[in-house]
Design a protein around this ligand. Structure first.
Ligand SMILES: *[C@@H]1O[C@H](CO)[C@@H](O)[C@H](O)[C@H]1NC(C)=O
Ligand SMILES: *[C@@H]1O[C@H](CO)[C@@H](O)[C@H](O)[C@H]1NC(C)=O
Ligand SMILES: *[C@@H]1O[C@H](CO)[C@@H](O)[C@H](O)[C@H]1NC(C)=O
Length: 843
């Protein structure tokens, strides 16, 4: 008995600790990107899905929240499966869901597309790879749905392809597919034939497939099917009446615009179609709405507005299945003053608007909008006049509840539960209903020891601050404002003074200086007026010296720059343009850099760099992680493995060659003496996230079955404050975190305390694409505009004062700091606010 107990105890001590990492999202909340499609199940209440362009598919829950269902298939090689170009439900089996997946039809995506199918609401998937590409993040991705299941025969599906690939059919519930040779239209519209990267020069193709569930059967299949195509020269809507044996353009159709949505109202035997003169999602200056009466074979123009009131196309189309003749349609893009939504209860004979001009420019709003589930959206949509959204392609009325509706925008997903209040009360309650949809394209992550737990730089929505580990499940109340950039590419904190944070904007045409600084850990910010203004450098990576007195900026295309005490940025010629950089987190003078396979060190706060220790035969340094609390300890990820230096980069030893082709690397607080090293790379379990708690001697796969998309676009931070916690930023599925204990590492050599740092090098093709092709770039454009209407002025950097002591400093001028001899008072109403020991500013 005693022996047994001892043996058990021994076992408990020696058994390898299995790293059990369960991943969940950090809650930014509210989507943060384009939601191009929503589908409700026609026969089972409460079943609905929303698709995104780069962040996968989500299933609706009863409490209005959403659950991601395609994470397991978005592995490193399967990253393109987060591009969902269409979703379809089986009308006769509410558990079955299908999607057409693939992200780009041009060279950015090397993989062909696929049809995925799930028998259990997305819990598990089977995949059939197609012989061509699918473009979930291509132009026209809000048209649809391109994929549909025969409502009278669950084995039959149709898929309308892009790129001239035509119409495809499956007769075995999506397992195999063959081209429909009798369907010859291909949807020939090309947005911009001259686009050399292929993004806008591909054929948009077929746009939707709609079965007429009221039509009879031919050989066990629904006989009448409509197909929309992107064609404004011959015909765009085709029909078969013999279950696909023969097809013809529907007679009498309008040919001017592209059909975005084609929806059947079965009780009326009518097809409703929204049209726009662009493929979407950003365009559209004209359009129309039509009703096609299938019984009579007649087309009726039911466009809600005309003349000068018609300056947009139409996208979203909600058809109320419980009230035949009740419809809601949306402007695809009405950039000013706001989107417009129209509702009809008489099949489009008359319409009412969700807002109208009162005494111009005043508006009468027949809605209220609230953002309680994603508070940061409130300042975002109040930054200009657009509250209702843009890029409205998806708009659905719950087939079982005329009050419940949802619509997707370039920013989020809105909806509500009192839609019928539109009619009598003229007051609809709209809310952000994207809870659970985490769509951010993450550009960099940082966790500061004894400082901010998580700083998240993102594309399209600038960035977010999570003060402590307890705040990770609370959607932030604001995005990073003042300065507001459409996108941020990098963020860093000062190791010895972690309340000091710096970030860089990624607006090529930004009209505001592209560096922002914070002295309260990223809660509030100020523009760094030392940075070049309009037309200057932007993007890239930023590093803050340990004492927070020097900013080093490896910009996207403008070389490496440096600013001390917020004085003018000057070029650093001794470090190659585009270098990866990191600041030592304890030694203020030391800055690290790398370019190609060469490692550089600066011992003078980045003024000059010189080549330092060699990294074996490495030809590409991907990332540098300075130890969060130990001066001189640096970890470097390369194409051939991971290297470590404990002498500030003078010499390196290879920590491992077990993980190769290493991408981002980060250190996080461990539960033992060592900091845990996290790295994305190729290891024994494939291309995944690995962790080591013994300084790189042994590695554990901590990713498990969680998909993060392409590991080359993943960002990484170890928690500096919570032992064993690690953060992963994805390109389109937000930030994940997990914690656990990684085996190994007892009694190792290094002791430390406190935080992580990585340097990122973003800019994989994948992530660079996102900000141009998805989401809210447009909305943020407008935000940037409104920001720029603020001072931009002549203001001031921290360069020596031109005024004397008796003067007062003007708005934005320096008013204090070590060595500063100028005026310490500010002109009213501004006050002198300390930015750091060396710089105070009138704000
Ligand atoms: C088709 O639409 C495109 C984009 O709006 C437009 O440039 C072109 O002139 C249209 N073609 C015809 C024949 O109307
Ligand atoms: C469609 O046309 C038929 C035949 O003319 C007519 O009886 C029916 O009322 C029309 N439906 C609608 C919704 O107008
Ligand atoms: C609309 O309803 C909301 C919430 O029910 C209310 O706060 C608001 O005052 C109403 N607006 C109008 C114009 O009646």
């Amino acid at each position: 008995m005693k022996y047994l107990q001892a043996a058990q105890l021994l076992l408990a001590v020696l058994a390898p600790v299995r790293a059990a990492f369960t991943w969940q999202n950090v809650k930014i909340g509210g989507g943060g990107g384009f939601v191009p499609g929503i589908v409700f199940h026609p026969k089972t209440k409460g079943v609905a899905y929303a698709r995104t362009d780069i962040g996968g598919l989500y299933r609706l829950n009863a409490d209005d929240s959403w659950t991601a269902v395609t994470d397991s298939i978005a592995t490193d090689s399967g990253w393109n499966k987060w591009g969902i170009d269409a979703v379809a439900l089986d009308p006769n089996d509410a558990n079955k869901v299908y999607a057409a997946v693939g992200m780009y039809t041009n060279s950015w995506d090397p993989n062909n597309g696929a049809i995925i199918r799930s028998p259990d609401k997305g819990a598990t998937w089977s995949t059939t790879t197609l012989s061509f590409k699918v473009g979930g993040n291509m132009p026209g991705r809000g048209m649809g749905e391109r994929l549909a299941v025969d409502p009278q025969n669950s084995k039959i599906l149709y898929f309308g392809a892009r790129s001239g690939n035509g119409l495809w059919k499956s007769t075995d519930s999506g397992a195999t597919w063959t081209k429909v040779s009798s369907f010859t239209a291909t949807g020939t519209y090309i947005p911009d034939a001259s686009d050399s990267n292929g993004y806008n020069s591909d054929k948009i193709g077929l746009t939707w497939v709609t079965f007429d569930s009221t039509s009879g059967l031919v050989n066990g299949a629904t006989s009448r099917i409509f197909v929309g195509t992107a064609d404004n020269t011959t015909a765009s809507v085709y029909v078969t009446n013999d279950a696909g044996a023969t097809w013809a353009p529907v007679a009498g159709q309008p040919v001017k615009y592209f059909p975005h949505k084609g929806k059947l109202q079965p009780a009326q035997k009518c097809l409703y179609i929204t049209y726009a003169d662009g493929a979407g999602p950003y365009d559209g200056t004209l359009g129309a709405v039509y009703q096609y009466n299938i019984t009579a074979g007649t087309w009726t123009d039911i466009t809600p507005v005309s003349g000068s009131d018609l300056y947009f196309g139409f996208g979203g189309l909600g058809v109320d299945m419980l009230k035949p003749g009740t419809l809601v349609v949306a402007s695809l893009n009405s950039w000013w003053p706001d989107a417009q939504l129209f509702r009809s209860t008489d099949s489009g004979a008359t319409w009412s608007k969700i807002w109208e001009w009162a005494n111009y420019p005043a508006q009468n709003l027949y809605y209220t909008i609230s953002t309680s589930k994603a508070p940061w959206i409130d300042p975002f949509i109040n930054a200009d006049t657009k509250h209702l959204g843009w890029m409205i392609e998806a708009l659905e009325i719950d087939p079982f509840d005329s009050n419940h509706w949802l619509y997707g925008t370039g920013l989020t997903l809105f909806g509500g539960h009192d839609l019928t209040n539109w009619d009598a009360k003229k007051n609809v309650t709209i809310q952000v209903l994207a809870d659970g949809i985490e769509e951010m394209s993450v550009q960099e992550l940082r966790s500061a020891p004894s400082g901010t737990e998580l700083l998240v730089a993102v594309g399209d929505d600038n960035g977010f601050t999570f003060k402590s580990a307890d705040s990770l499940n609370t959607a932030p109340s604001t995005y990073w404002q003042n300065p507001t950039y459409a996108s941020s590419s990098s963020v860093d904190y000062a190791g010895n003074k972690p309340a000091n944070v710096v970030r860089v904007g990624n607006d090529a045409s930004g009209s505001v200086q592209q560096i922002g600084v914070s002295t309260d850990g990223g809660a509030t910010w100020n523009i760094d007026y030392a940075a070049p203004a309009t037309g200057g450098p932007y993007g890239g990576q930023v590093a803050y010296c340990a004492d927070g007195d020097t900013v080093i900026w490896s910009s996207s295309a403008g070389g490496v720059l440096r600013s001390q005490f917020q004085s003018t940025f000057t070029a650093v010629s001794s470090l190659p343009s585009g270098a990866v950089i990191a600041a030592d987190k304890r030694s203020n003078a030391y800055i690290y850099g790398a370019s190609g396979g060469s490692f550089y060190v600066s011992k003078d706060t980045g003024a000059t760099f010189a080549k330092a220790g060699t990294l074996g035969a490495a030809t590409s340094v991907r990332d540098i992680a300075a130890h969060p609390t130990t001066a001189g300890e640096v970890w470097v990820s390369t194409d051939i493995g991971i290297f470590r230096s404990t002498d500030s980069g003078a010499t390196f030893t290879q920590a491992t060659s077990e993980i190769t082709d290493v991408q981002q690397i980060a250190l996080g607080l461990g539960s033992g003496t060592n900091w845990v090293v996290y790295a994305f790379g190729t290891g024994p379990a494939g291309n995944k996230l690995y962790a080591s708690s013994d300084l790189g001697a042994t590695w554990t796969d901590i990713q498990g079955s969680q998909g993060f998309g392409a590991i080359s676009s993943c960002k990484l931070a170890g928690s500096a404050n919570k032992a064993g916690q690690v953060y992963v930023g994805t390109n389109g599925r937000g930030v994940f975190y997990a914690s656990g204990v990684v085996a190994g590492g007892s009694g190792s050599s290094i002791t430390s305390k406190a935080l992580s740092s990585t340097t990122s090098k973003a800019t994989s093709t994948v992530s660079s694409v996102k900000t141009t092709s998805s989401a809210s770039s447009v909305g943020t454009t407008s935000k940037t505009l409104s920001t720029s209407t603020k001072p931009a002025s002549t203001s001031k950097t921290s360069t020596a004062p031109t005024t004397t002591n008796t003067a007062v400093a003007k708005h934005y001028e320096q008013c204090g700091g070590i060595g500063f001899t100028g005026p310490a008072t500010c002109v009213s109403p501004y006050t002198c606010q300390k930015q750091n020991d060396y710089y105070s500013q009138c704000l």
